[in-house]
Write a protein that binds this ligand. Sequence first.
Ligand SMILES: [Zn+2]
Length: 149
Amino acid sequence: MQENSFILDWCKWIPAKVNIHVWRMEMDRVPTAKALKKRNVDVSDTSCPLCHSEDESADHIFGACFVASTVWNAISSWCKIPNIIVFSLKDLLTTNLHLKDSDKKKAAVHGIIFIACWSLWRARNNIRFLNSPVRIEGIVSEIKALGFL
Ligand SMILES: [Zn+2]
């Protein structure tokens, strides 16, 4: 990891693939349509496959997209924390630092947000590559199931 990394520590209780995904987000290496286009990859459809209303960027998929904001709302009420409003990925991944809760709870919220990012990305891939429809409740219950571990 780079020294200026804003995630202080990987969450040890969640699967490595989830940590790796978040690391990619942090390094701006999530292969969204916008990121691929920047690397001169021919992308025929750059719109977000989840909402089709905006171009697909990491900020959008994990932040502004209505699928993401619905998921963040659900997580906020599930974890009983103030609403997660995502202005940037950095904000999102450091949400835990701004909570006025016990360290244990902060660590749990941190991990749950990591899992949610991974679940959102999986939902995006499922619709992009397998054409399977997005079920927001499905994403949320997957996050809860993983979060309980
Ligand atoms: Zn979207």
